[in-house]
Write a protein of this length. Structure first.
Lengths: 317, 369
């Protein structure tokens, strides 16, 4: 029963979705502060290479993830400085971060005397429970069969949700995203809040990237994350800026990414569907969801922060 | 009260010198950042930069290859420039470029050998523009009539176009695929009547066409009534509405024009140096590089031309770096760094930063009290 195509696909969807969960929750936190960071793809790639490098040199997965998060957060400061301090267009600044991050990640993977490229990771995330609980039908593989990072991602979602909606700092963060001028009148430092949450988003994107290079594709290659950073930006909208919804939206996209492989295992006639057409599925899904859920005023009802994308001019209040 | 360390004031019109200095400084700073990363990874920055200059500008063949690389970037740069000027965030030049290439190659293959170049060539090039505009319309129409965010839809369409091209060549026996080499999937060459003639080494007249199209875009935006109304919409949609300008039509028009330019990049590339729908030559991120070109050219379609030549030179030098054991990704890294500095430089073009004067500060304090 646990070897059925459905269960295997769902388990794989959770695995493939986990990198997306980290990145999407990070971007939700950033956007809740009113800042749109299109640099997710770049931050994930920088995290992926930094995490892989750290684990490669220390054989420690923990250090790999920590270094990836530091790298992602440090890298996101470029966007924070440009969009918050210099108040240039958040869209162009985020795109710049992605282009630079993509190049930097590939460069660091290939450069030097003994480059990382082509090397397998010295350690990878493996399921923590073998047998026992993980053998229980259905819920065994779905709940107990994962590696540590999947459980960390669930904790991250719970923590982010609690932080956003049940803490004082979460309230001031959301106030900054809705109406920065009023938040500032109430004594909140808008620039500081935005910097902090852009960096939090960068750290989580870095962790998401490291999940790809240390668990999903544990041999270094250029751009191991596919288009996940871009997908994460779409997922924020589908999740209507709420962490718990992001978890399920990410798994849905994990399943959509897995569909090509699943079709192969089903045999004729399913295996005849060209993989390049199936590879379109996550992107088609994102567009349909955008059209249905997030057109026009509906985006506001979904919970889009009112000041999202707008620079804040303190002097022009 | 706290004393401010810097005072930031909006600048009216920036001087020409400043507008020229910012992009030049951006390139210089990016070169320095690149040098730091090269040195950290045990490479000699000087050697790498000399090699890049030599590959791209050191010989007549190098120069012609640089201009070949620049040709699609001129058009994807114009595509981004006209859209961003209107605050239409078309991040989909990549997909529109590929769809232009697919349409252009399709037209060339469909026409076959029978038609004269005077008929075939214009049709091939126009087919690319239609392909790009069609692909943009999938984002543009929902944006204008439903209010759907175009950033996400244009982005996602990039990946759909890429997978569609891969399907045509690797996943099916479509007319685009070369039937003569079934074991090695590649694009079917388009007939010579659909190819643009070469005039300087491998450089074809597509480069000249791209330059003329960039000037045409500048003329349309700066010198026509339509362009004036477009600029009003870009500055303030409300003002435009009061003035009786049809805002939705203008946004739709600019979005489709942007897509058509990206599509033209695809058709000139297919009808020029590539000669077939070849995924290996087309999947190079030329649409994204167009965004860098547009930003560095400060969204001016004519300034796009020299910037595209610079970016083309970098793209051209990338593969050659591997011969001296330096990653080709050095180029992407440099281009990204250039964009970051150019974006930050925008702040200094728009604002003046100065130290507060002691005397004025005292006055301010008095008046505040």
């Amino acid at each position: 029963m646990n070897d059925s195509t459905l269960i295997l696909t769902l388990v794989a969807a959770i695995g493939l979705g986990t990198g997306l969960v980290f990145a999407t929750v990070g971007e939700i936190i950033t956007e809740r502060a009113g800042n749109l960071n299109l640099g997710v793809q770049g931050m994930m790639l920088v995290g992926a290479v930094a995490g892989f490098w750290a684990t490669f040199n220390t054989e420690s997965l923990l250090l790999g993830v920590i270094v990836a998060m530091i790298a992602g957060a440090a890298f996101s400061v470029i966007h924070a400085f440009a969009s918050v301090s210099l108040r240039v267009s958040q869209i162009v600044s985020g795109l710049a971060l992605t282009i630079f991050g993509t190049g930097l990640s590939s460069f660091l993977g290939e450069a030097g005397e003994d480059p990382l490229v082509g090397n397998p990771s010295k350690a990878t995330f493996e399921p923590i429970l073998e047998g026992g609980l993980a053998d229980i039908p259905v819920i065994g593989p779905l709940i107990f069969g994962h590696d540590l990072m999947v459980y960390v991602s669930w904790l991250t979602v719970a923590a982010a949700s609690y932080y956003l909606f049940h803490t004082r700092m979460g309230l001031s963060l959301r106030a900054v995203g809705e109406d920065p001028a009023s938040a500032e009148s109430a004594g909140v430092n808008v620039a500081r809040v935005r910097y902090a949450h852009i960096m939090a988003g960068g750290a989580l994107a870095g962790a998401g990237g490291a999940y790809f290079s240390l668990a999903l594709v544990p041999t270094w290659q250029n751009e191991p994350i596919g288009a996940s950073g871009w997908i994460a930006i779409a997922l924020v909208i589908l999740a209507s800026w709420r962490p718990w919804r992001a978890l399920f939206a990410a798994y849905l996209f994990g399943a959509a990414t897995r569909i090509g492989f699943t079709m192969q295992t089903l045999g004729e006639p399913w295996s005849n569907i060209p993989s390049s057409l199936l590879a379109m599925l996550p992107f088609v899904l994102a567009i349909i969801a955008m059209l249905v859920l997030a057109s026009g005023k509906r985006a506001r009802f979904l919970g889009a922060p009112a000041a999202l994308g707008l620079p804040y001019f303190r002097e022009q209040r | 009260m706290t004393t401010r360390r810097f005072i930031v004031e909006p600048r009216g019109l920036a001087s020409t010198g400043l507008i020229l200095a910012v992009p030049l400084l951006s390139v210089l700073l990016a070169v320095i950042v690149g040098a730091i990363f090269l040195a950290l990874t045990g490479n000699s920055p000087g050697e790498v930069y000399v090699k890049m200059l030599d590959v791209s500008f050191g010989s007549s063949r190098g120069i012609s290859e640089t201009l070949i690389s620049a040709t699609p970037l001129i058009l994807t740069g114009v595509a981004a420039a006209v859209a961003f000027k209107m605050l239409v965030w078309n991040i989909g030049a990549e997909g529109q470029f590929l769809m232009g290439a697919i349409f252009a190659a399709g037209m060339g293959i469909w026409l076959g050998d029978g038609s004269p170049a005077a008929v075939a060539l214009p049709l091939v090039i126009i087919a690319g523009a239609i392909g790009g505009a069609f692909w943009a319309s999938i984002s543009a129409v929902p944006k204008v009539y439903l209010g759907t965010n175009e950033i996400i839809t244009t982005l996602m369409l990039n990946f759909i176009a890429l997978n569609f091209m891969n399907y045509l060549i690797f996943g099916s026996s479509s007319p685009w695929r070369d039937p003569l080499v079934p074991q090695f999937p590649s694009g079917r060459p388009i007939p010579d009547s659909g190819r643009i003639p070469e005039f300087f080494n491998r450089l074809d007249y597509g480069f000249i066409v791209a330059c003329l199209l960039a000037i045409l875009a500048w003329f349309l935006i700066s010198k026509t009534r339509w362009g004036f109304e477009v600029r009003v919409v870009g500055d303030s949609a409300n003002t435009a509405r009061y003035a009786g300008i049809g805002v939705p039509q203008k946004i739709l028009g600019v979005f489709l024009m942007s897509g058509a330019f990206a599509g033209l990049a695809g058709s000139l590339y297919v009808a020029g140096p590539v000669g077939a729908l070849d995924p290996r030559s087309l999947d190079l991120g030329l649409g994204f590089t167009g965004i860098i070109v547009a930003a560095l050219a400060r969204l001016n379609p004519v300034a796009v031309i020299p910037v595209a030549i610079l970016m083309g030179a970098l793209n051209n030098a990338g593969p050659a770096l591997q011969s001296i054991q330096v990653p080709a990704a050095t180029v992407t890294m440099l281009q990204g760094a250039i964009l970051i500095f150019a974006v930050a430089g925008e702040f200094f073009i728009r604002n003046r930063v100065r130290r507060p004067e002691k005397r004025l500060e005292a006055l301010e304090e008095v008046s505040a009290a």
